[in-house]
Design a protein around this ligand. Structure first.
Ligand SMILES: [Zn+2]
Length: 381
């Protein structure tokens, strides 16, 4: 996933909220870790109770979940094979690392980001096992356990792997390279979760320079998002690995992000991504429940809400199991070079395998013609 950092409107919200928030400056309690971490006041207060619960040793291994119909995230606890897990946090699917360490993180660390990610990756695996049975074949399994890194704050680069470039407030699946050029099927994949933190205002804003002010909301901005604690983001990243054999891991393609947004939200149980406001300064929540408008020129090339909304509208019309497996079979007709306009023919082909009735195919064709209509001189389907 990726999103835009910082906007003037956000700064205004912070200014408005400083009154309520200034009662107590929250200490860095381990939830927001990393160097130069300046937690957002309001967010820290909102999530304080939840964070306390999350960090309670008797709740470990803890995970976060949102009960159906509730607007609040809750803390759950799990066991593995009925036992309290000990030793390295690893299994046939993944191994967990802290920052740039080669060592595998242990359960004894009581790291709740690790226990949360472990739990939700296994929910994603359960879903893909179900989908495998629906489509009649085993969906991608990486040859080596996926390395998962927590609390990352540097960027990734080919050959040297860890750069000195600072990066935060997001998550990403690697290597994000052109599979024709670099990627080999046997290569070890990694998912990185970056630290949530604020950053200083641009240099031309005087407030970022004034001692006593520069470390407050007046001198800083940003969008601290603790992606390792947002279940749908964990599902989104795992989905990038499942779709990799067809779409590669090239970020910022409308198809690639759209597929991860759709299956990520499906595993989450509803048409939205994010929606774990306790771990994000500006509620990171994207809603896919409304029907999409016809694709714009921008939708054709940039990731956004168009693809996940379109997929969810199909799910509403044709049902969960049929839609999820039809979209997976459509995915198999795509390649890393596919563009959004390659999607309608792939969908029609996938739907024409007997699982959709003739009148449903007619309905589907009409929808595709309406939503993917030729626009701005581009050729439609
Ligand atoms: Zn993504």
């Amino acid at each position: 996933m990726k999103f835009v950092l910082l906007s003037a409107a956000h700064v205004l919200v912070f200014l408005a909220s400083i009154q309520i928030a200034s009662a107590e400056y929250p200490r860095n309690d381990g939830m927001l870790s990393g160097t130069e971490n300046i937690p957002d006041l309001v967010d820290a207060i909102n999530s304080r109770v939840l964070t306390k619960d999350l960090e309670r040793p008797e709740n470990f291994p803890a995970y976060l979940y949102k009960p159906k119909g509730s607007s609040h995230t809750k803390v759950g606890r799990y066991f593995i094979g009925g036992k309290y897990p000990t030793g390295p946090i690893e299994c046939e699917h993944l191994k967990m690392h802290l920052r740039q360490s080669d060592e595998v993180l242990t359960w004894e660390s009581h790291n709740t980001a690790a226990s949360n990610v472990y739990y939700h990756v296994h929910r994603a695996i359960d879903y893909y096992n179900w989908l495998s049975s629906m489509v009649g074949e085993q969906i991608n399994q990486e040859k080596k356990p996926v390395g998962i890194r927590l609390e990352m704050d540097v960027d990734w680069a080919m050959w040297i792997k860890f750069t000195k470039a600072e990066r935060h407030n997001t998550s990403q699946t690697f290597p994000d390279v052109d599979p024709d050029k670099w990627g080999t099927p046997d290569e070890e994949r990694e998912i990185w979760f970056f630290v949530p933190k604020r950053k200083y205002m641009p240099p031309y804003l005087i407030t970022r320079w004034i001692p006593g002010i520069k470390d407050t909301v007046l001198g800083t901005a940003g969008f601290p998002l603790d992606a390792a604690r947002v279940p749908t983001i964990i599902y989104h990243e795992w989905t990038h690995l499942m779709t990799r054999p067809y779409l590669g891991i090239i970020h910022d393609s409308a198809l690639n992000e759209g597929y991860s947004d759709y299956y990520g939200s499906v595993i989450g149980g509803g048409p939205s991504m994010g929606d774990t406001e306790e771990f994000s300064t500006m509620p990171y929540s994207r809603d896919f429940s409304s029907a999409p408008d016809p694709a714009t020129k921008k939708d054709l090339v940039e990731p956004g809400n168009f693809v996940p909304r379109f997929f969810w509208s199909l799910r509403k019309r044709f049902g969960a199991a049929r839609t999820d497996s039809m979209l997976w079979r459509a995915l198999k007709l795509l390649t890393p070079k596919s563009e959004l306009l390659d999607l309608p023919p792939a969908i029609l082909k996938a739907a024409s395998d007997g699982t959709f009735a003739p009148d449903e195919i007619t309905d589907l064709t009409k929808r595709l013609q309406y939503l993917f209509a030729p626009k701005n001189g581009r050729k439609g389907s």
